[in-house]
Design a binder for this molecule. Structure first.
Ligand SMILES: Cc1ncc(COP(=O)(O)O)c(C=O)c1O
Length: 456
C-alpha cells in the first residue's frame, strides 16, 4: 500500500486557474518555502495572474524586424522548466504503479537541469534519488542537487558525454530491481509535458504580438522534450517552421559531428528517442563561445546594450533571465528570422530553459580565458554575437533524404539500448506521436482520481 503524491494534472499545469481554489492559493503561498510539496502546483509557465512568463526581445538587441518571444523557464520551482518533465515522468510512473514511493530509488541521468528537477521532485514526492551526470558541468548544478537531498554519481566528461550517463543508468537498473530511471531521453511524459503545456503556452504567448501567429519555433535539443512543443504549434499554425539548434562544435543531427562544447543542457551527441524528427524543418548551428559571450554581455554589461539603443529598463530587466542555452536559442532565433526573411508582423518563439543563477562559474571561466573584457571588447562581442549573425550553417531538413538520415541516427543511438527496429519504424508516422500525446486525457483522469489516495 502506498500513497500517490498530491500533484497537478497536465491540464492544471497548462491552466493553473483550473486548480481547486484553496490548493491554488496555498500553492502560491508555498513559494516562500521551496521544499513545501504544494509547489508541485506551481509547475507552469504562468505567473500569479495566469499570464505566460515571457519577454519580447528589444529589436535594438536582435537587429531583426521579426518579434522574438522568449518563454522564461527560470521561474519554475527548482529554477528551470525541466522540473515539468521530471514531475510528469514520476507522476505517470506512480499512476501506472511502476514507481512506488518508499520502495523505489529514482535515477536521473542528466547533464544538470533535469537532474536538479529530479532531485527536487523526489524531495517533494518523498523518493530517494541518484542523479547520474558528467563530472565537468558547472559547480552550481552539483550544489543544487545535493541541497535537494539527492546522491550524485558522476561519469567522466562534459555535456557531450551524456551517453556515458545513459550507459551507467542502464547498468544500474539491470543490477538493482528497486532502481527506476526517469529516462528523459526516451520516456514520453517529457514529450507530453512539452507538447501540451509548453506548446499551448507558446501559442498563447504570441496573442496580441505581431500577427498573433508563430512563424518559427526555435529550440536547442538536449532531450528534445522542448522541441515537442513544435508539434502542437504546427497544429495551430501549419505554416510554422521548427528549427532545432545545435552547437557548431557538436553537430550530430546536422552532419554526425561530435565534439566537446560549452552550452550546458544541449548537444548530447545523439538523436533522442523522443525527438519527433518528422517536424524538424531546419537545423542551425550556434557557436558555443558566442553563447557564453552573449551571456556575459547581457548579464554584466547593460551599459553596452544601452549604447546600442536598448532602453535602460529593458537592459536591466534581462540581466538574470537567461542561461547559456537561452542565449544560444536567442542567437538561433535571430539566424532563423534572417534565413526565413521574417518581417515585423511575424513571431518567432524560443525558450530560456533556466536563468543566470547557475552560470557564475561559467562567466568566471570566460574571464580567465579571455584575459581582457574591457568595454571595447564587449562592444565587439555584442556586434558579433547579436547584430552580425548570418544565415550560414543552417540546413533544410525537410527532404526525405535528410529525414532518413535522422531516422538512421536514431536507430544507431537506440537499438543498442534494446529498442526494436519495428518500434523505431512506427515513429516515422505522425500517428505514433499523436497516439502518445492522446494519452494525456487518460493520465489526467487517473491523476485526479488517485492523487492523495492510498493504492495497493
Ligand atoms: C540549460 C538547458 N537548456 C536546454 C535544455 C534542452 O531542453 P530539452 O531537454 O527539453 O531538449 C536543457 C535540458 O536539460 C537544459 O538543461
Amino acid at each position: 500500500m502506498y500513497k500517490v503524491p498530491y500533484g497537478p494534472t497536465y491540464e492544471e499545469m497548462l491552466h493553473p486557474s483550473t486548480i481547486e481554489d484553496k490548493t491554488r492559493k496555498e500553492a502560491l503561498k508555498a513559494k516562500e518555502d521551496e521544499l513545501d510539496p504544494l509547489n508541485l502546483f506551481n509547475i507552469t509557465w504562468r505567473d500569479e495572474q495566469n499570464d505566460i512568463r515571457k519577454i519580447v526581445l528589444p529589436k535594438a538587441l536582435t537587429g531583426v524586424d521579426a518579434n522574438i518571444v522568449v518563454l522564461l523557464g527560470k521561474y519554475y520551482p527548482s529554477g528551470s522548466h525541466k522540473v515539468g518533465p521530471a514531475y510528469s515522468t514520476l507522476m505517470e510512473g506512480c499512476i501506472d504503479r511502476s514507481i512506488i514511493p518508499g520502495k523505489h530509488t529514482i535515477l536521473g541521468p542528466s547533464t544538470g537541469n533535469f537532474g536538479i528537477g529530479v532531485a527536487y521532485i523526489c524531495n517533494l514526492m518523498k523518493y530517494d534519488s541518484i542523479v547520474i551526470m558528467p563530472d565537468n558541468m558547472s559547480k552550481e548544478r552539483y550544489e543544487r542537487i545535493t541541497k535537494y537531498g539527492a546522491k550524485l554519481d558522476l561519469t567522466p566528461g562534459t555535456e557531450s558525454d551524456v551517453i556515458l550517463t545513459l550507459e551507467r543508468t542502464f547498468d544500474l537498473v539491470k543490477k538493482n530491481a528497486n532502481y527506476r530511471s526517469l529516462a528523459q531521453f526516451e520516456l514520453f511524459p517529457n514529450y507530453r509535458f512539452h507538447r501540451y503545456v509548453t506548446g499551448h503556452s507558446a501559442i498563447e504567448a504570441v496573442k496580441g504580438i505581431g500577427n498573433g501567429r508563430i512563424a518559427c519555433f526555435a529550440s536547442a535539443p538536449g532531450s528534445a522534450g522542448t522541441l515537442g512543443a513544435g508539434d502542437e504549434i504546427k497544429k495551430a499554425f501549419p505554416e510554422a517552421k521548427i528549427a532545432a539548434l545545435e552547437p557548431y562544435e557538436c553537430s550530430t543531427l546536422m552532419d554526425g559531428g561530435r565534439g566537446q562544447h560549452r552550452i550546458e543542457g544541449i548537444g548530447d551527441k545523439m538523436c533522442t528517442l523522443i525527438h519527433n524528427v518528422l517536424n524538424t524543418d531546419f537545423i542551425a548551428l550556434i557557436k558555443d563561445e558566442e553563447s557564453v559571450r552573449g551571456l556575459k554581455i547581457i548579464h554584466d554589461a547593460p551599459h553596452i546594450l544601452e549604447s546600442w539603443g536598448v532602453s535602460k529598463e529593458d537592459a536591466h530587466a534581462m540581466k538574470d533571465l537567461f542561461g547559456v542555452s537561452g542565449i544560444c536559442n536567442i542567437i538561433g532565433a535571430i539566424k532563423m528570422a534572417k534565413y526565413l526573411r521574417l518581417g515585423e508582423s511575424d513571431n518567432i518563439v524560443t525558450v530560456a530553459t533556466d536563468g543566470f543563477d547557475r552560470y557564475d562559474s561559467v562567466l568566471s571561466d570566460l574571464e580567465k580565458r579571455s584575459l581582457e573584457t574591457e568595454d571595447y571588447v564587449l562592444n565587439r562581442w555584442f556586434k558579433d554575437v547579436f547584430r552580425k549573425q548570418t544565415i550560414e550553417d543552417i540546413s533544410d531538413m525537410r527532404s526525405l533524404k535528410n529525414k532518413e538520415r535522422l531516422f538512421l541516427q536514431k536507430e544507431k543511438d537506440w537499438i543498442k539500448f534494446g529498442y526494436e527496429k519495428a518500434y523505431l519504424d512506427r515513429m516515422k508516422h505522425m500517428d505514433f506521436w499523436d497516439g502518445e500525446y492522446d494519452k494525456i486525457k487518460e493520465y489526467d483522469r487517473k491523476i485526479k482520481e488517485m492523487r492523495g489516495t492510498y493504492v495497493t
